[in-house]
Design a binder for this molecule. Structure first.
Ligand code: NAD
Length: 351
């Protein structure tokens, strides 16, 4: 399994996008998000996505160099069409446009339909938190990627619809960032690409609603589905996924799942920004949330547990480890990147 430092992997990733005709500045933004996901342990949203994005570009499903088209705005609301531009580029542009609104008004919402896949959403929350802002974010798949069945159902109806909430504290932000099913689709894809390895118990059900460990059941007919999160209470994950789809599909002007929807290719994006300075006060909020974070961290530990972690901690811990030791890339993913580099005439590092 190759192991690369973040700078080398970023340079390689940028070169692949550049060779596929992506403007250099955009390649940088997308590479930073993908390599940033690998560096924080979310390989499902890392460079594994490069072949997928480039295939979408080659097929004309994604567009190069398109603007984030503002269609409607009020002082607090911005509605945009991403025109199927690369998702990370459009999502950062959306943030660029709503941060000043939030700072003026205390809150602002940005809705952008038809963006490419925007990757690890925590990145946008980290950016907002560094600016002293709270971000609440979600995306859907514009009707595609119906991988999650409602409780009791045997056919997918909803996407893995993530929820991300980022809150600045004195010790770095709390970043809650997960799909509302047991495992992000990309995590199942990692097992599938790696020789159709079995997934852990409790992730998937087959087309008859029976538990299965077969990662192929998500990608090969007859199709199974990913369970909503919630363990014995899957209705909680399902309920969240449903309302997030209604909000992201309904408020962006994009689509939510419908019969015969095409396969997923990207995201409708909803960002809600809050400026604590215009609520009870920035210092007031930092003091309160930091005290709460410390109190929760100080919970007495069960035997064998080393520390209480807060959302955002696992990513910080993995970032420190992979910064020191390098980023391991699964052999199967690396081979796909080498094949792509060969096709595009890009020099492969480590060879
Ligand atoms: P996950 O199950 O790995 O959960 C991650 C979240 O849980 C993070 O906030 C993390 O800090 C927290 N966490 C993990 N272990 C913890 C612990 N022991 N204690 C406290 N907190 C803990 O996430 P996932 O559902 O696999 O999603 C992975 C990534 O996929 C996310 O970054 C998400 O944004 C991304 N995603 C993107 C899309 C898209 O369409 N763009 C869709 C789904 C998911």
């Amino acid at each position: 399994m190759p192991n690369l430092d973040a700078a080398t992997l970023s340079h390689f990733t940028e070169s692949l996008f550049n060779a596929a005709g992506v403007p250099a500045a955009d390649s940088k933004v997308v590479a930073a998000n993908l390599v940033g996901a690998n560096a924080r342990g979310h390989d499902s949203h890392g460079v594994m996505r490069v072949p997928q994005y480039i295939e979408f570009l080659e097929k004309g499903e994604y567009q190069n160099g398109v603007e984030l088209k503002v269609e409607r705005q009020t002082p607090a609301v911005l509605v945009c069409d991403g025109q199927w531009g690369l998702g990370q580029v459009q999502a950062h542009r959306l943030l660029d446009l709503i941060i000043p609104k939030a700072k003026d008004l205390g809150l602002a919402a940005g809705a952008a339909r038809h963006c490419g896949h925007i990757g690890r959403i925590g990145e946008y929350a980290e950016r907002a938190a560094a600016d002293g802002l709270v971000l609440i974010a979600s995306v859907n798949n514009n009707g595609g990627g119906q991988r999650v069945a409602p409780p009791g159902g045997t056919e997918g109806r909803l996407g893995t619809n993530p929820l991300c909430v980022g809150i600045p504290t004195a010790d770095g932000p709390v970043v809650l960032d997960f799909g509302t099913c047991v495992a992000a689709e990309g995590k199942v894809r990692v097992y599938y690409i790696n020789g159709k390895k079995p997934v852990p118990d409790g992730w998937l059900i087959d087309h008859e609603g029976k538990p299965t460990n077969d990662s192929a059941s998500l990608y090969e007919a007859p199709h199974g589905t990913i369970l909503p999160m919630g363990g014995s209470q899957t209705y909680k994950g399902f309920g969240l996924a449903l309302v997030l789809d209604m909000l992201t599909g309904g408020l962006t002007g994009g689509r939510s799942p419908y019969p015969g929807a095409p396969p997923a290719k990207g995201n409708n994006v909803l960002f809600l920004l809050l400026d604590p300075a215009l609520f009870a006060g920035y210092d007031e909020m930092i003091s309160e949330v930091t005290a709460l974070a410390h109190y929760v961290r100080d919970t007495p530990l069960a035997p064998g547990v080393e520390a209480i972690l807060l959302p955002g901690d696992p990513e910080r811990i993995t970032l420190a480890k992979r910064t020191a030791e390098g980023i391991p890339i699964e052999a199967a993913h690396w081979e796909r990147l080498i094949a792509l580099a060969t096709k595009l005439g890009v020099k492969v590092p480590l060879v």
